[in-house]
Write a protein of this length. Sequence first.
Length: 373
Amino acid sequence: MSPSPSATRRRVAVVGTGAIVGGSHLPALRAHSDRAELVAAVDLDEGRLDDFRELAGGDVAGYTSVDAMLDAVRPDLVLIGTPPSLHREQTVAALKAGAWVLCEKPLCLSLAEYDDITAAEEASGAYASVVFQHRYGSGAVHARGLITSGELGAPRVAHCQTTWHRDAAYYAVPWRGRWATEGGGPTMGHGIHQYDLLLHLLGPWAEVRAMAARLVHDTESEDVSTALVRFENGALATVVNSVLSPHEVSRIRIDCSDATVELTHLYGHRNEDWVYTPAPHVASERAAAWTTPAADVPSSHTAQLGALLDAYDNGVRPPGSGPDARATLEFAAALYKSAFTGAPVHAGEIAPGDPFYQAMHGDHPHWAPKERA
Ligand SMILES: NC(=O)c1ccc[n+]([C@@H]2O[C@H](COP(=O)([O-])OP(=O)(O)OC[C@H]3O[C@@H](n4cnc5c(N)ncnc54)[C@H](O)[C@@H]3O)[C@@H](O)[C@H]2O)c1
């Protein structure tokens, strides 16, 4: 008898063996070791590669070239944790080799690159998804169910806050804070997690008006951005993405007609981080049923990898890929376009031929000097 799909261990390779792969993808692989087997690792830096292989243990083949690894190993799934400017090329190479991909955020640097990846998906039949781990914790799954089912009433107004702190040493890493290598500042690199979750909870956005500035750091891109957003369902929201905030917090608050839902955390959430406050007209028995069920799945790479392996077993498009993840990147592009041009940006307007389709900075590679503090 052939094994059931879930009894099959998928052969996994990691590309880039730095902080996020060692610290988050490796624990996720260990947590799913009954379904996924790490067979290969790639890094240009042989010292990092050796350290990672030692940390991983077992029989993990090492490579310094993605193409050589793909040729030799033919993995089922490739996890990518390299700097963002490499994501498109490495994702496309893995798709061409028939592998599914789970790539770190941002999946790529522009909508043009995203559409290249979509074309490679269509040619290969494999899928590329992006790490947005905060969607997958049980608190987020539960909140989304309550909001999308209408149980909390109509969404009216929301706040989405990523107020973090990064120092000069953080930005001394050459790929950070540069358009060509990170794609932008906290809009692309930090706040993207929180507003991805906001979009996941509230559905399609319709219009963005934004400002951005470089106030503190010696970067090319912004170190703070703010946006006003109108959603298709009529709700309004504010979004703040900052790496210059001494008191760090990640927060989402959504006021619906029957309840306020609030999430407060920093780099990951658990059930206890979600609070529901009923409107005065809501009966207490109804509100009592909103509490997140006891099984507590923290938002994590482990939770997202589980969802991806489920999709692989079922041969269906994984969550966090295709049009769904594109909406988050399009939101980033709209925020930048509005910040650079001073005009509102509508969903769907950034198309081929628009400079903001090609790059997050459009044709403005540097902020004007007056925007420096
Ligand atoms: N999901 C999250 O919460 C989260 C958190 C931190 C970082 N990230 C993302 O993870 C990615 C990596 O960040 P990091 O902090 O781990 O960086 P890092 O610098 O620690 O690791 C990157 C690794 O890629 C390797 N590398 C560079 N060029 C390569 C190439 N051509 N082929 C193979 N390997 C190559 C480097 O040697 C290094 O080991 C970024 O996209 C970042 O935005 C995500």
